[in-house]
Design a protein around this ligand. Structure first.
Ligand SMILES: *Cc1c(COP(=O)(O)O)cnc(C)c1O
Length: 463
């Protein structure tokens, strides 16, 4: 009988994170101050603690995971690698489909992997309180969980639409002792300005980031910092434990390597987590197709330009070189809240510029259809974000069938959908339609980028 689960012992948990910045054939372009001048580190030090900034700019290939962080991670890690045997059978595909199950964490997604690390480094640095934003609520609950264990206060600005649609995520945060506020809010200048202009806005991750950063900066005691759940280098670094474990587990499954690696992308962290250790193999000659999947409603990698842009709508973050739809872009309220971000992680963006990864966009109807096939075969109900990766895995498995190839497909099952059933209800009652972002909407929001320095698209092709 073929095996379903490939499990590692706690002692086999990876002891180091992998930093792709060490191996990218083309150099990363530096973050810039809003006026285009080189970044003054003092600006970052008010937002993030020094030890995190060190990681953010590091080009060291392997970075030790502190023992105390490992101790907390082993609450649920190593996470299982599972084989989707029932789905394979349903598709009648010769492909072998493996998925890294990140839904088994206390908060139900991959996000606690970095939340625990960030809370730990902040505490170590003497910080007492973290602020953050959350889209679908997963990041807020992950940070609330981590801050509670590590002993930090936590305030979460939650995007209005999710706050209304997913009140149970708020309750999770409160259970772990955090404060959760709907964004835009009246707590910050940025929030009040947006509310004045658009009183009924569904909110966006960009707006919520502005509020959380402003909140941290305005703490007179200088003991508050901001924490980001995706996009930045250190976040992607912390998530590489996913792919590093998966590599060991594929060995247990007697697979030499995956032929296809897939992750859904919002800011890029779960994708980077599962994929970067394999991007490293690809740089060193392995043949692997690596696919980030985004929604057609927020097509950053597939339709946006590579440009310098702010990470947030108010322009409080540095300018980052990335694929972007423009920081003023407010996506339609599709249910995959965690994928409604205007930008993309600079490391993922640079890997795309190099051609190491091949982005794709899927609409939400196709994704929910795939999610339902998944639930009826594999049994679990995936997060709407995760359904983008599932849709792609199904397409690739069908392609393998058409080609008669025994491909090995690996994807990241980034989270469960048990807090997202309102979206399923809309789908099941026929209230969702496929939304494709019209070209003119992208052009409008990109106008704001004209005043920024141009980002160089450097492709060496040396891999
Ligand atoms: C937040 C989230 C995502 C998207 O964020 P990334 O940083 O791109 O990984 C995807 N899936 C789930 C379940 C999430 O919670």
């Amino acid at each position: 009988m073929p095996k379903h689960k490939f499990l590692l012992e706690e002692k086999d948990i990876p002891r180091k994170w992998y930093n792709l910045a060490a191996d990218l054939p083309s150099p990363m372009q530096p973050p810039l101050a809003p006026d285009g001048s080189p970044l003054n580190p003092a600006m970052l030090e008010r937002i993030f603690p020094g030890n995190i900034i060190e990681q953010e700019i590091s080009t060291q290939r392997w970075i030790d995971i502190p023992e105390e962080i490992l101790e907390i991670l082993t609450l649920w890690r190593p996470a299982p690698l599972r084989r989707a045997l029932a789905l394979e059978k349903y598709l009648k595909t010769p492909a072998r489909i493996y998925y890294k199950d990140e839904s088994t964490s206390p908060a139900g997604s991959h996000k606690p992997n970095t939340a625990v690390a960030q809370a730990w480094y902040n505490k170590k640095f003497g910080i007492k309180r973290l602020t953050t934003e959350t889209g679908a609520g997963q990041w807020g609950s992950a940070l609330a969980f981590a801050c509670n264990l590590i002993g930090l206060q936590c305030r979460v600005y939650m995007v209005r639409i999710s706050f209304d649609q997913k009140p149970m995520r708020k309750t999770m945060m409160q259970t772990w002792g955090a404060e959760c506020i709907a964004s835009p809010s009246t707590h910050t200048h940025a929030g009040r300005e947006v509310l004045k202009a658009m009183p009924h806005t569904p909110g966006s991750l960009g707006i919520a980031i502005s509020e959380a950063v402003e909140d941290a900066l305005s703490d007179k005691s200088n003991k508050s910092r901001y924490s980001l759940g995706s996009v930045l280098n250190h976040v992607l670094l912390h998530q590489t434990i996913i792919g590093l474990e998966a590599k060991k587990q594929l060995k247990l499954a007697k697979e030499k390597k995956p032929d296809v690696v897939i992750g859904c992308v919002g800011g890029g962290s779960n994708f980077a987590g599962v994929a970067f250790p394999f991007v490293c193999d690809k740089i060193h000659g392995e043949k692997i197709q690596i696919i980030p999947v985004e929604p057609t409603a927020c097509p950053t990698l597939t339709k946006g330009p590579f440009a310098y842009d702010f990470g947030d709508i108010a322009g409080l973050t540095p300018l980052l070189p990335m694929y972007t739809l423009g920081h003023k872009f407010v996506p339609e309220p599709i249910h995959a809240g965690g994928l409604r971000y205007h930008g993309m992680a600079p490391l993922v963006s640079q890997a795309a510029v190099e051609g190491l990864i091949s982005p794709r966009a899927y609409d939400q109807v196709k994704c929910y259809e795939s999610a339902v096939i998944w639930a009826k075969t594999e049994g679990t109900i995936p997060a709407p974000e995760t359904s983008h990766a599932i849709a792609c895995a199904i397409d690739e498995a069908k392609k393998a069938k058409a080609e008669g190839k025994q491909k090995v497909i690996l994807f990241c099952y980034s989270g469960h959908g048990l807090m997202d059933l309102a979206g399923y209800d809309k789908f099941l009652t026929g209230k969702l339609s496929a939304y494709h972002l019209p070209g003119h909407k992208i052009q409008d929001s990109l106008c704001a980028l004209k005043k920024f320095p141009a980002a160089k698209k450097i492709k060496t092709g040396r891999w």
